[in-house]
Design a protein around this ligand. Structure first.
Ligand SMILES: [Fe+2]
Length: 328
């Protein structure tokens, strides 16, 4: 594994369809009207441009997230929290056995700069990689403008909780967050607060269902409350999670509304482990050694409960913590 220390973004002049090609270490990325092509010394891979951009958008916006962000069964990144692996076939049994897999490690700012540049160049006017398919234009065709506001959205990261003075603000029509078409039945009233005398400035509450009903993005966990390492990261989901997330810690899921089908695989080999159907009110603990992809037939609300303790990946890798948080 080679560690790259260059900081510049390596890009070509625009090609036949108006898009630039990029390289990072020994990886090369190019796109045409429909597809993205990834090359590395022992192989090549092709992905649909929309699938690639939706995964890339999340990897950039989440700063490589927890653990592994698989763009599909071949390409992805591993977050080492300071450096990032970019891999091809590393978590795919067939590529591993054929010795066609490839991994490179970069300082986070370097891969981030390249990924941001690809995302900016390859996202056309009208395509929003965070939006549901029903709420965006398409990703295809020759290069046609850009969509900077969509791809540089500020991620919601509450310091304590949404609604606390000075922290993230609840969503409303006035903040540019109308109620989504699938959540028109969600009550929009806010909680009444009856604080004891002397505590009026120390008690806060907000309507989480209203807040989520006004989300303009899909599959984008954002932090709405924080208690030490305990992060509540709810999100609204529709269509397919654009990444296959490989955990480096346990994640708890609470299905707040509607229904999601989860495909759960072994994190390292991709072998199928489980199909999980989560209906409103269901709670699941996704083990620390799996990867998962969700399918949401209509927009739904999912609470992802993350433990941000930086020791967890080390303790799990050393076998000092169980991969399942509960045994039944
Ligand atoms: Fe996950």
């Amino acid at each position: 594994m080679a560690t790259q220390t260059l900081s510049e973004v390596r890009a070509s002049q625009p090609g036949d369809h108006g898009y630039r090609s990029f390289s990072l270490g020994e990886f090369a990325f190019s796109r045409d009207e429909y597809f993205v092509y990834v090359k590395w010394p022992t192989g090549t891979h092709v992905m649909s441009a929309d699938t690639f951009l939706k995964a890339l958008q999340r990897d950039v916006a989440w700063n490589f997230f927890y653990g592994i962000v698989n763009f599909d069964a071949v390409i992805g990144t591993v977050n080492h929290y300071g450096t990032v692996d970019l891999f091809a076939g590393r978590y795919n049994d067939a590529y591993r056995k054929a010795e066609l897999d490839h991994v490179e490690n970069y300082a986070t700012p370097q891969i981030r700069a390249t990924f941001e540049a690809i995302l900016a160049d390859w996202t056309n006017d009208g395509f929003d990689p965070f939006a549901s398919p029903a709420e965006t234009g398409n990703a295809f065709g020759a290069k046609n403008g850009s969509n900077t506001p969509a791809i540089t959205r500020r991620r919601v990261v509450a310091k304590r909780m949404v609604g606390v003075p000075g922290d993230e603000v609840p969503r409303s029509d006035a903040t540019g967050h109308p109620v989504n078409r699938h959540f028109l039945d969600v009550p929009q009233d806010e909680p009444e607060i009856h604080a004891e005398p002397g505590f009026e400035g120390e008690v806060c509450a907000f309507n989480l269902f209203s807040y989520l009903s006004r989300s303009d993005v899909t599959w984008n966990p954002s932090v709405v409350s924080v208690c030490k390492d305990s992060l509540f990261c709810p999100t609204t989901e529709e269509y397919i999670l654009p990444v296959i997330h490989g955990n480096d810690r346990v994640e708890w899921f609470v299905q707040l509304s509607d229904e999601i089908f989860w495909s759960v695989e072994d994190r390292d080999s991709g072998a199928v482990r489980a199909k999980v159907v989560m209906k409103a009110g269901d709670v699941a603990a996704m083990p620390a050694d799996i990867r998962h992809q969700g399918y949401s037939p209509k927009r739904s609300m999912l609470l992802v409960w993350e433990n941000a303790d930086g020791e967890l990946p080390v303790l799990l890798a050393a076998g000092k913590l169980p991969n399942n948080p509960v045994d039944f």
